[in-house]
Design a protein around this ligand. Structure first.
Ligand SMILES: [Zn+2]
Length: 325
């Protein structure tokens, strides 16, 4: 069964915002663009693989986790892990189209256009995760065998040269692959497996590189300001009790909420009245005060020094409406 279900990461959402707000001539534009598209594609692949695992049935108890980060010698982040009384299984999911060639250290991709790109070799990633997981299991007195496989989520990948010493499967092959794992005597009882599940959930440390401009070393002033419309236009006009988009000519009274959320994840983890006026392109401080009177924000300091932040900066904030993706 699913112990940690698929969820879209705040990192990809924040990357999208950063990419959208970075001018095309910015020196880091292509780096951010690539980072966004690669991570977005990765997520689509992980979601597709999780859909297969949601329907998985095995003759023994098991738990599936999506996107779990654990601390062993270092922090390591696994796309998918399955734990059973007999073994643990790690999947590194790839959604890279084109012709794929595995070399010792890299993964090369060639597109029909002739363009080629290099990626980290997922086999090396898996070897590292296996090592880290063994250390972690040792530290809690568990000696479960660990298997791993590279999973290509879509058949738009054509594997020209497969890795020499690691299982590589497509989504269709997931169930047969898992069923083919030989199991002897169980190493964990069902209640020990439950404890391990709880341990992993409790010790999961979500990747929190926010605000992103600090993480990527980008100057705050280089980003586009203004409220983003659902049509993608940035710079909606504040009108009485609403926002107007000059691009798609629609009104939306909650349009500022998703932009305010973007601000915290991309820009800075606190906001003052003046920063709010500047970022949302407001007409005066009264408009900002109204917007900052939001139940999801807490304030510290008095009058001119007052700063607002998300009530729980580590949680993914879910503003009431305009939950755009
Ligand atoms: Zn619009």
């Amino acid at each position: 069964m699913i112990a940690k279900k698929y969820s879209a990461s705040q990192y990809v959402k924040a990357l999208r915002t950063l990419y959208k707000r970075l001018p095309k001539n910015h020196p880091k534009f292509f780096k951010i663009k690539n980072e966004f598209y690669q991570n977005q594609a990765g997520e689509i692949g992980e979601e597709a693989v999780m859909k297969v695992l949601e329907k998985l049935k095995l003759p023994y108890k098991f738990y599936v986790f999506h996107n779990i980060s654990l601390y062993s010698d270092t922090l390591f982040q696994m796309d998918i892990i399955i734990i059973t009384p007999y073994y643990a299984l790690i999947f590194e999911v790839k959604n890279i189209n084109g012709e794929i060639i595995f070399t010792d250290q890299q993964l090369l991709r060639k597109l029909e256009t002739g363009e080629s790109h290099t990626f980290e070799n997922p086999v090396l990633q898996l070897e590292e995760y296996e090592y880290q997981l063994i250390q972690l299991f040792k530290s809690i007195g568990i000696s479960l065998p660990i298997y791993s496989a590279v999973v290509f989520a879509f058949t738009s990948s054509y594997i020209k040269v497969a890795p020499a010493n690691k299982a590589l499967i497509f989504r269709r092959g997931i169930k047969p692959f898992i069923r083919s794992i030989n199991v002897g005597l169980p190493i964990l009882t069902d209640s020990q497996l439950d404890s391990l599940k709880n341990y992993l959930l409790k010790n999961n440390k979500d990747f929190q590189p926010f605000p992103l401009i600090n993480y990527f070393g980008i100057e705050p002033n280089s980003l586009l300001k203004g409220v983003e419309c659902v049509c993608g236009y940035i710079g909606m006009k504040k009108v009485i009790r609403s926002w107007y988009c000059p691009a798609c000519k629609t009104y939306n009274k909650n349009a500022h909420e998703s932009t305010l959320k973007d601000y915290f994840f991309v820009f800075k983890n606190t906001i003052t009245n003046q920063e709010c006026q500047q970022f949302l392109l407001l007409n005066n401080k009264h408009e900002a005060s109204k917007i900052l009177r939001n139940p999801l924000l807490i304030s510290t300091g008095q009058s001119r020094n007052r700063k607002y932040s998300l009530i729980n900066g580590k949680e993914q904030p879910s503003f009431s409406k305009s939950n755009q993706t």
